[in-house]
Design a protein around this ligand. Structure first.
Ligand code: BGP
Length: 465
């Protein structure tokens, strides 16, 4: 059995708006998430896990767990509060502190440049629909490379661009848009692709020893049955869920099936002369992707568009595919199917298609964790979930996939994209709930000790404690 590489990136992930809090401190501007991601009755991002003030304590805990890499995102609004104006020195100072703290413990920072939190000032001017946001992003990227490029060697451009286009309403990135605005979404998509391509190119020019890649949410799509109509529907969903994004990042071209879908719906983006050259002129060094579970679809008639779903629940596109339950899979408490073997097949598909090194940047179980009478959090269900996924990741390595890292979601408890603080993912419990921020005390869950052992044995001992 092949082992994980000696220098395997055992990591864990967070994102700025979900973990930091301090949403208006030290000159930070508001982001779309500060404005929109407030589900009535659920916690918002104002304090979140208060990582902004407690990052030293948090990084020390991650170091204790043995983490080799910490995947976090930088809040654009801390660096450039209005998205395209003055650089905020206090924002730079904060991330300098965070990066240095990681390096102190030999934890390699893996930095997402943009994780759902567009500066609200840019959103007011049309957000990604406005082409000037492309330039604003590239300028922001330049500021990041200039300030952090001496220490950050691994960069992720845009988190889950595909989910922002397919399920923006659920994750709070396009709450103002309806299905009718699908053409606007695909225009935004085109602009994000351009921003990403220019950023990858810039990174290679400015930081020759750094590596950069995209970070979509990728998953195998199963046909519900072997009926040819179902197989076709699976290819259809694959094209607009997965390949549209990765084909563009790697080959600089629109996936043909996705393009024909857009043509049929009359939602093709406007492409300016020179755009395709920009897109073709850039390439990633590796592919990162987030994986939670697979999708299953049929060729049945879908009733409504996919905007009603969320990151892992496909609804459908009339005439293209219809989202289905997979009767062979169990579900989490929050209705997401659990499919460890799907991780292996997804890894194979991605690697066979693109032949680039791969890293998993999210994977995990959202659950209602509880503290028991002894003050412990016995999250055996999470250990079970992660264990099975790591097993399958190792089998994918055996299959020949060049997998160089695994970063579960999340390093520490944080705010869910649309289900508040009760849906927890972390190895470290944060003592707060939906209504009260309590003392925000950090408590190591059982999975913390388990993952520590996994890392120290380079993934060869996955047994529960
Ligand atoms: C991904 C996002 C993360 C994270 C995760 C879990 O789509 O990149 O930001 O939140 O999903 O999702 P949720 O919080 O909805 O459970």
């Amino acid at each position: 059995m092949k082992e994980f590489r000696k220098d395997f990136f055992w990591g864990a992930s967070t994102s700025a708006y979900q973990v930091e809090g301090a949403y208006q401190e030290d000159g930070k501007g508001l982001s779309t998430q500060d404005i929109k991601c407030v589900v009535p009755g659920l916690s918002d991002c104002k304090i979140a896990s208060d990582h902004y003030h407690r990052y030293r304590e948090d990084i020390a805990l991650l170091a204790e767990m043995g983490l080799k890499t910490y995947r976090f995102s930088i809040a654009w609004t801390r660096i450039i509060p209005d998205g395209d104006g003055k650089v905020n020195p206090k924002g730079i100072a904060f991330y300098n502190g965070l990066i240095d703290e990681c390096l102190k413990y030999n934890i390699r920072p893996l930095v997402t440049m943009y994780h759902f939190d567009l500066p609200y000032e840019l959103e007011k001017k049309g957000g990604w629909f406005n082409r000037s946001t492309v330039n604003a992003f590239v300028r922001y990227a330049k500021v990041l490379f200039e300030n952090f490029g001496d220490r950050v060697k691994y960069w992720l451009t845009i988190n889950e661009q595909n989910m922002m286009i397919l399920y923006g309403a659920a994750i709070g990135t396009n709450s103002g848009l309806t299905e009718k605005a699908q053409s606007a979404l695909y225009q935004q998509n085109h602009h994000m692709m351009l921003a990403q391509a220019q950023t990858m190119k810039l990174c290679h020019r400015m930081l020759p020893d750094a590596k950069i890649g995209p970070a979509p949410n990728i998953t195998e799509v199963y046909p519900k049955t072997c009926k040819p109509q179902d197989v076709l529907a699976a290819q259809n969903f694959n094209s607009i869920r997965n390949w549209l994004y990765l084909d563009m990042a790697v080959y600089g071209r629109y996936n043909p099936v996705a393009w024909s879908f857009m043509e049929k719906k009359k939602i093709t983006p406007h492409i300016q002369p020179g755009d395709m050259e920009i897109l073709q002129g850039a390439s990633p060094d590796f592919l990162a992707f987030n994986y939670y579970c697979t999708a299953t679809v049929s060729g049945n008639k879908a009733e409504r568009g996919d905007q009603g779903g969320d990151q892992q629940i496909a609804v459908g596109e009339p005439g293209f595919y219809s989202g289905e339950n997979n009767k062979y899979l169990e579900k989490t408490e929050f209705g997401w199917e659990i499919d460890p073997m799907g991780l292996r097949t997804t890894l194979r598909s991605v690697y066979e298609r693109y032949h680039l090194p791969v890293i998993i940047t999210e994977n995990g179980l959202g659950a209602y964790d509880k503290i028991n009478e002894n003050g412990e959090i016995i999250d055996d269900y999470r250990i079970e979930y992660l264990r099975k996924h790591i097993e399958q990741a190792r089998l994918a390595v055996q299959d020949g996939v060049d997998l160089f890292g695994y970063c579960p979601w999340s390093a520490i408890d944080l705010i869910s994209t649309h289900q508040g603080f009760s849906k927890r993912y972390g190895f470290i419990f944060v003592n707060r709930d939906e209504k009260s921020t309590k003392d925000l005390k950090r408590i190591r869950k059982k999975s913390f000790f388990w993952y520590k052992k996994v890392i120290s044995t380079n993934g060869s001992d996955l047994s529960n404690l």
